[in-house]
Write a protein that binds this ligand. Structure first.
Ligand code: FES
Length: 321
């Protein structure tokens, strides 16, 4: 396991792409050197708005050969009061942000004979960096960009004016050109790998079509953060070093309760059990691990836990805080 490094960056540009989507360009601050990244990588952006802490994961959409900056696109959820609303309303050019170093859970597979990229709406972002890599490799590839209507086609104009345009097909459901997944997947050449990023329904559609067609499941790749449910029974947590006992209600995480009560400062980054930053030693009790960070053996050892997402198995935990 490895902990993500935190990086200080400055917002050097903000472009309004559609009424709900903005592109942010991030450059290193005076103490940071940006690590290089591979296409398909994401990073976490840490945000604090008064007492509320957020952390959202965003795919890097610029070229991986551009070592001077990171670019992300943020879609504001219709009813968002969290991270995406913060990015849209409160972040301005010149602001400093803390982000994680990039990590890649959606890498291209070198042995693929053909790369089939299927994007739904804002799910286009990781593919925008993949296009640069595929072009450089002179690889066989095609991108299918699916969206409902003009409001969803954030990057169509830009892509259609790029050197990749001959490899891109747009499927617009309001115009009746929806991608017919069953037919499409059943006709893919042998050795193709299919990469999908979009809504759950698009992901499910690809999975079902692949199953029907007998398309090998190990040649299917999805970019989705499978975030675990963080809710559960109420329990108490005793912070041994601080000498404070707190109740963690069914809707809150241990980290949120500690922050709300301002007992002790705990470092966090992803707040989703992915990065390991909030790892805390367990002194008594057992954790109900909800993270994607520890191995099964590490979870069984009950030595430490990630307090941004994991809960107690019993009624009480004692932590080394
Ligand atoms: S903050 Fe990333 S695992 Fe808890």
């Amino acid at each position: 396991m490895s902990t993500y490094q935190k990086l200080g960056v400055i917002v050097s540009d903000i472009e309004t792409i559609t009424p709900t989507i903005k592109r942010f360009t991030l450059i290193p601050d005076e103490n940071t050197q940006l690590p290089s990244f591979t296409s398909g990588s994401h990073l976490f952006v840490q945000m604090q708005d008064d007492d509320n802490h957020y952390s959202n994961a965003y795919s890097l959409l610029n070229s991986p050969f551009d070592e001077q900056r990171y670019q992300i696109a943020v879609k504001r959820g219709e009813h968002s009061r969290g991270g995406s609303a913060f990015m849209h309303k409160k972040v301005a050019i010149g602001n400093k942000l803390i982000v994680s170093e990039p990590n890649n859970l959606f890498a291209l597979v070198p042995e693929a004979k053909k790369h089939i990229l299927i994007a739904g709406g804002i799910g286009i972002t990781p593919f925008m960096s993949h296009l640069h890599e595929l072009q450089k490799q002179n690889a066989e590839y095609e991108l299918h960009y699916c969206y409902r209507n003009a409001n969803d086609n954030a990057f169509t104009q830009e892509l259609m004016a790029s050197g990749f345009k001959d490899k891109i097909v747009c499927h617009i459901s309001s115009e009746g050109t929806r991608l017919e997944l069953d037919t499409f997947i059943s006709q893919l050449p042998e050795g193709s790998h299919v990469y999908t990023c979009g809504s759950n329904s698009l992901n499910d559609g690809v999975k079902q079509a692949a199953q029907k067609a007998g398309f090998p499941s190990h040649q299917l790749h999805f970019e989705q953060f499978t975030l675990e449910d963080k809710t559960g029974d109420t329990f108490t947590v005793f912070l041994a070093k601080s000498g404070v006992e707190l109740e963690v209600d069914s809707e809150s995480t241990i980290l949120q309760v500690i922050e709300k009560n301002k007992v002790v400062s705990v470092e966090s980054l992803c707040r989703e059990g992915v990065c390991g930053t909030c790892e805390t030693m367990i002194l008594e009790g057992e954790a109900d691990h909800r993270d994607q960070y520890f191995s099964d053996e590490e979870k069984q050892s009950q030595t430490s836990m990630l307090i941004c997402c994991s809960r107690a198995k019993g009624r009480r935990l004692v932590l080394d805080l």
